[in-house]
Write a protein that binds this ligand. Structure first.
Ligand code: HEM
Length: 407
């Protein structure tokens, strides 16, 4: 996607998402038994193996070999030239990686173009909400997902959070892009590159003393279960809040939004038997894998602080209390407390009163005079936040890491 179309997305209030990519998972012992049945998946059947013990059988050995051969710089150079879905793979890739990527870039047979189109329309109309929810909901929630917080903290990108957020932002807005999975879009590229990054992290993190000390017995990070935890902190959470905020959504839009995330899970290497077929199935899986594992960790607290400091850079800290209050409003007190969000006695009651009115006005349900003046301050701050992260994501290339965070 070129600079111009990114700008168009900004103007139409495109999504941000991204931050959500920061995280996911749990201390191994906090998880409940896996009972979610493959009959509720897009595959409709499967072995039913607990996805906590499944990683990425196709990508992992290839990336381990690329790293061990010292091919990462060469591969990153080549990958920088690969930006559009319809572009052939760049020259200069090792044969094993190229073979894997040719396969990995194929959309699943169950891709439904009409649904993808409905998803794009949904983001176009509701981008201000999805942007705010990804950034200030999912993004911050990820710091309360212990496995994700630790993986992010101890991996190479953990040392430079601003850069990392910019990169992860990319996935969020590429998902919401009108062209996402169209030939001229970039989502296939972004998802395949992310799959490569995750496979590299699975090879590298077990060598990190910091990660091994805190991994709660997990020996390889980013299992399929972990990816679905993050997936729910993005897709399931956002749809839940959209409903909770009484934002009118048609069935076509809601199905479309589910579909774009189903396709994205597949493209990230999740097996079809773990991808929920319906929102009901998604909610059931989320209750099982996400809700019980949210917890506070030192690494997560540190990431929350860094994230909020970045927000404070917006305007010398003026909007930070507002943004914290909005996040607490969005995530609820339990998660707000877990990630150490300040309680904001001024902003919290104001946001709780004003936001529903603002939503109702934007959706044409109430007339302007019923919206309190202060609501516009809230909207302006949220909009600026979304724009900041979108602009951070411009012109970024996802790179395969070849080291962990320096300790
Ligand atoms: C990297 C998205 C799940 C840990 C990335 C990147 C994206 C992304 C776009 C590349 C950005 C970068 O290079 O910094 C996602 C999405 C997920 C997901 C959409 C699920 C739907 C997870 C999970 C974990 C995780 C479950 C850990 C438990 C990481 C780590 C990196 C990474 C450690 C590499 C950061 C580095 O370069 O050091 N992810 N991710 N991700 N992700 Fe994920």
């Amino acid at each position: 996607m070129d600079g111009l179309s990114r700008r168009r997305m900004l103007i139409t209030g495109g999504t941000l998402g991204a931050l959500g990519a920061l995280g996911a998972a749990s201390p191994a012992h906090a998880r409940s038994l896996w009972t979610w049945a493959p009959s509720g998946s897009v595959a409709g059947e499967g072995a039913g193996v607990d996805p906590d013990w499944v990683w990425d059988e196709e990508a992992d050995p290839v990336l381990a070999a690329v790293i061990d051969r010292g091919d990462v710089p060469k591969v990153n150079d080549a990958l920088r030239k690969w930006t559009r879905n319809d572009q052939p793979l760049p020259s200069g890739l090792p044969a094993d990686l190229r073979d894997f990527m040719e396969k990995a870039r194929q959309l699943p047979s169950w891709t439904d173009r009409r649904k993808l189109e409905a998803a794009a329309q949904f983001t176009k109309k509701k981008g201000i909400y999805t942007g705010a929810l990804y950034g200030l909901g999912s993004g911050l929630m990820s710091t309360a997902i212990p496995r994700e917080a630790r993986a992010v903290y101890y991996s190479k990108g953990g040392a430079d959070m601003k850069d990392r957020i910019a990169k992860t932002a990319r996935l969020g807005y590429d998902v919401g892009d009108l062209d996402a999975y169209q030939p001229q879009g970039g989502m296939i590229v972004t998802a395949v590159k992310t799959r490569l990054v995750h496979a590299a992290v699975r090879h590298l993190l077990p060598q990190s003393p910091g990660w091994s000390r805190t991994s709660g017995g997990q020996t390889i990070p980013i299992s399929q279960a972990d990816i679905m935890v993050t997936w729910h902190s993005l897709a399931t959470f956002v749809m839940h809040k959209i409903k909770d905020w009484r934002i009118p959504v048609t069935t076509a839009e809601s199905d479309g939004y589910l579909h774009v995330w189903q396709v994205t899970a597949h493209m990230l290497g999740v097996l079809d038997e773990y991808i929920p077929a319906t929102w009901d199935e998604a909610n059931a899986q989320s209750r099982q894998v996400l809700d019980p594992i949210l917890a506070s960790t030192p690494e997560g607290d540190e990431l929350t602080r860094v994230l909020l400091d970045i927000v404070a850079e917006l305007d010398a800290g003026l909007t930070r209390p507002l943004i914290s209050a909005f996040s607490r409003y969005t995530l609820g007190d339990r998660t707000g407390d877990l990630i150490g969000l300040d309680r904001e006695p001024f902003w919290q009651p104001l946001i709780s009163a004003a936001w529903p009115l603002l939503v109702a006005f934007r959706e044409g349900l109430i007339p302007l005079p019923l919206v309190p003046e202060a609501a516009w301050t809230v909207e302006e701050a949220i909009r600026r936040f979304v724009l900041l992260f979108l602009s951070e994501g411009r012109g970024i290339h996802l790179e395969i890491p070849d080291t962990n965070r320096p300790s």
